[in-house]
Design a protein around this ligand. Structure first.
Ligand code: DAH
Length: 345
């Protein structure tokens, strides 16, 4: 029976190929793959099988050409099927890998917090701010005038020993600079710039070549306070420190002065604060020495003032119960995360 023209056979084959392409491209899983297999590659009545049967109806002289076309379309459809099969095999895995299970617990967000020393510095600044003290900053690389001379620390004073300071030689400067060894430098810088009345605090880093141990570190922080107003007395100094200590440590904190010596204060005292039944050394203080007032151009007969310098690490260690100040600098998150800064100023 030869009732199918080559043209009609070719047209049928092309339609088959186009539809197979379309159908196999849409295959998404095993089920649609199996449907497509039955439709196109089915052994009994698949579309390729039917086309093969049509081949028998093509005229004998056209058979070789029709056979070649059939074989080409058959391998094309088989190749498309194989591609669809591969996709169906990997498809579901991809889908499950990309699926978000919204019922799983989320990845906890780790909130950062301020370093305990920063918390302490901000708290001290806030308390002193309520007492009318303005926060000012000064340079960490200082000249010898501000670090020593204006503070009545003469050249031969042991505090200026090269072994006790980080001196820095500076090009075009006759004398070396240094990493400031105390924040008292800021007293001088402020008084040189301004006229009384003055109430300032300065909180920052200072440097001394000490061997690191539980209470020493070559870099540490100080709080410097300065008040210059007519009629200032030691009573004002003690009241301010007491108000500070009560605010900072909580409760009715007592402040004790012990006689001491600093070149830039007269009289000078060591300041202790009572906390949990113990007296804790907090730093030094005193009435600004007239020589210092003169060095900055003030008239000591007209103004007087007090100054104090407290150790930030010491205050922070007391407040947080830290036994070794080196822990503040190790940057171990397990240590640092214990100090909540919630509710801090
Ligand atoms: N600058 C002193 C030091 O580093 C601390 C100090 C003592 C500061 C007495 C003061 C003060 O302002 O009056 O040891």
């Amino acid at each position: 029976m030869t009732n199918l023209s080559l043209d009609a056979f070719t047209a049928d084959l092309e339609r088959l190929r186009a539809e197979a392409e379309q159908t196999l491209a849409d295959v998404a899983d095993e089920a649609t793959l199996e449907q497509a297999r039955i439709e196109f590659l089915g052994a009994k009545s698949g579309r390729l099988k039917l086309a093969q049967k049509g081949l028998g109806q093509v005229a004998g002289s056209d058979k070789p050409a029709a056979g070649r076309q059939f074989n080409a379309v058959k391998s094309a459809v088989e190749a498309l099927f194989q591609q669809a099969k591969d996709r169906a095999a990997t498809g579901p895995a991809n889908v499950s890998a990309e699926t978000v299970d919204v019922t799983l617990p989320g990845t906890p967000v780790r909130f950062g917090r301020l370093h305990p020393l920063t918390q302490t510095i901000r708290r001290v600044a806030s308390i002193m701010g309520h007492l009318g003290f303005e926060v000012v900053d000064g340079p960490e690389v200082e000249d010898q005038w501000h670090n020593f001379e204006a503070l009545a620390i003469p050249a031969e004073h042991p505090a200026r020993d090269p072994l006790d300071n980080f001196y820095i030689s500076v090009a075009n400067s006759a004398e070396p600079f240094l990493l400031r060894s105390q924040t008292s430098t800021v007293q001088i810088r402020v008084m040189e710039q301004r006229q009384p009345p003055l109430r300032i605090v300065s909180l920052g880093r200072v440097y001394r070549p000490d061997t690191a141990d539980a209470t020493h570190y070559p870099m540490f922080h100080q709080v410097e306070g300065l008040l210059v107003e007519p009629g200032t007395t030691m009573a004002h100094l003690k009241s301010v420190l007491r108000a500070f200590a009560s605010n900072f440590l909580g409760g009715d904190v007592h402040v004790r002065f012990r006689p001491s010596f600093f070149p830039f204060t007269e009289p000078s005292v060591e300041v202790d604060m009572e906390w949990n039944g113990r007296w804790i050394e907090m730093g030094g203080a005193g009435m600004v020495d007239p020589a210092v007032l003169e060095a900055v151009g003030y008239d000591p007969d007209e103004v007087s003032g007090f100054a104090f310098g407290l150790g930030v690490e010491r205050i922070a260690a007391r407040r947080f119960g830290v036994a070794d100040i080196r822990d503040f600098y190790r940057n171990d998150v397990r240590f640092l995360e214990q100090f909540s800064d919630r509710g801090q100023a």
